[in-house]
Design a protein around this ligand. Structure first.
Ligand SMILES: [Fe+2]
Length: 252
């Protein structure tokens, strides 16, 4: 199993603060059956200098690699980041921000308001041969209330990620929930987005089990295959998806 959205590198963002925090999170990842990890600290192109960020990420990763017990965990790891959406991505060197040795790039959006320029920015990334992975799509009300907006981005070639915690929580969700997106094959991967043991721990196992129980093992297998393809930089073969339709007040 692979986790490709998590905040485990020490002291670089609002995730793990110390090496001990990182190691505790890695042990928890191992208990979840995770064998491969892409570390994705937050990066905001409007507030941070890209080269300073990359240097800080390297330093943080070096500290973790040299920590007692890290190599015993035997993870296969890559470096990545979770980029806060900005139209600056149009002119930035996105090769530096993609998951290591891949053409995949993880991007999050503001929670409340759909920002100006999403379609144009995503198209410019796709035109350069990179595939945007849209982080935790279940969080944005402008998608959950109008999933056609996400459908349009996925139809362009973007990939959508949902958080494991959201997959198992199908109650009290306004609009479309994470499981529904998977059922529509509009969300392609599950990740933990782990930040800390107490607050947001690694938790993908329960989410995969829930998908298997509710939708069937072929959905779980599809999600796992998608993660493997991304990690290995294989071409992502997206299914032809049906456009969601509103019927009797509900998206189906
Ligand atoms: Fe995140």
């Amino acid at each position: 199993m692979i986790d490709m959205h998590c905040h485990i590198l020490p002291g670089i963002d609002d995730g793990a603060q110390t090496i001990e925090d990182s190691l505790a999170l890695l042990h928890a990842e191992q208990e979840q059956g995770i064998k491969k990890i892409i570390f994705t600290p937050h990066f905001n192109p409007e507030r941070q200098d890209i080269d300073k960020f990359l240097h800080a990420r390297e330093k943080s990763f070096d500290a973790l690699k040299n920590a007692d017990g890290f190599s015993d965990l035997a993870f296969e790891t890559k470096l990545g980041c979770e980029i806060f959406f900005s139209m600056h991505l149009i002119e930035m060197d996105i090769a530096k921000l993609a998951f290591e040795n891949t053409k995949y790039i993880l991007i999050e959006f503001p929670i409340m308001n759909r920002p100006y320029g999403i379609t144009r920015t995503m198209q410019s990334i796709l035109d350069r041969g990179y595939t945007p992975i849209l982080a935790h799509v279940e969080r944005y009300e402008y998608f959950t209330h109008d999933p056609i907006k996400l459908y349009d981005l996925v139809s362009m070639g973007c990939i959508a990620q949902v958080n494991a915690a959201a997959v198992v929580n199908t109650s009290n969700v306004k609009g479309v929930n994470a499981l529904q997106y998977i059922n529509w094959e509009m969300a392609h991967i599950i990740c933990s987005d782990a930040h800390s043991i107490d607050n947001r721990p690694p938790n993908t196992k329960a989410a995969y089990r829930f998908v298997e129980k509710k939708l069937g093992s072929q959905y779980k297998d599809w999600l796992i295959k998608n993660s493997r393809d991304i990690f290995s930089n294989r071409y992502f073969d997206e299914p032809v998806i049906q456009k969601p339709k509103k019927f009797l007040g509900r998206w189906r």
